[in-house]
Design a binder for this molecule. Sequence first.
Ligand code: G3P
Ligand code: CA
Length: 317
Amino acid sequence: MPKLPSAAVVCAALLLFCLGACAPASLEPVPEEEVREDRVPVPPWTIAHRGASAYAPENTIPAFLLGADQGAAFIEIDLQRTKDGQLVVLHDLTLDRTTNVEDVFPDRSRPAADGSDPEPHWWLEDFTFDEVRQLDAGSWFDAKFAGTRIPSFDEVITALRGRSGIFIELKSPERYPGIEAGMMAVLERHGLHRPGADPATPIVIQSFHVPSIERLSAMGVQLPLHVLFSARDADRWLSEDGLQQIRGFATGISPEKPTLASHGDGWRRAIELGLPVTPWTFRASRVDGFDSVTDEMRHYLEAGATGVITDNPDLAP
Ligand code: G3P
Ligand code: CA
């Protein structure tokens, strides 16, 4: 007789089904007359990377509010999902680097499931939202941020509404089946699922995981969609063929900054094709070949970048 699935497997399957089924009901095309010209800010955009992360703990509300106060047009966030299906904002797949998880849950570490890392880590996907909220995500950066929590996606939207745009990175979405629909459902609940819905809080979505961007496009999402890529993938995406492919399912690109020097023709072609270009990551702590990070960002903007993704939004030209 075939073995029946365990209760845990059935629960996990139901959870994934619900997350996938929670797609917003109304992603039909926006009627032309409803499309606003001011759907995105006028370039150049300063995009605060994980918030004003040079000055406050990355991917936390204090870093986001500071980035907005420093004049960033967008705040960049990394979106992931807890074990019980809550969307939260965290860069690493593990909680090790930016929280006190080791003290709070000393027995909950394990090696990577795929064998890629034999060292034990505390994986976000193993923790419920209530557990994640017990962690201090500020003290690692500075004692004055003690007690800062990992924020939910919902909280981030509420905190930034009317203050800045949000540049949402789907971080490793291949680990979280259905996260695209889950994200759109939250945006729809806030009325931000259509371009131009709130000019004070425009939304751009990006990911390194191209199938995720293709999925959003196939779902009928009309928000700006950027393909994120590192220098090692520049040959593929900054070629004529690559850019034409991108135009089929995305609206912009977020290349790693050294690609301007290595693939200048690709940059020029992307700009010619009308693709917004938002390079990353500009840091005062690591300036490559310029007197200051301000000079470095200016160089990229003069080369045609639509915006710059930076840890130091206050230093953008
Ligand atoms: O927004 C671009 C940048 O955030 C991509 O790299 O690793 O900081 O998420 P990472
Ligand atoms: Ca990111």
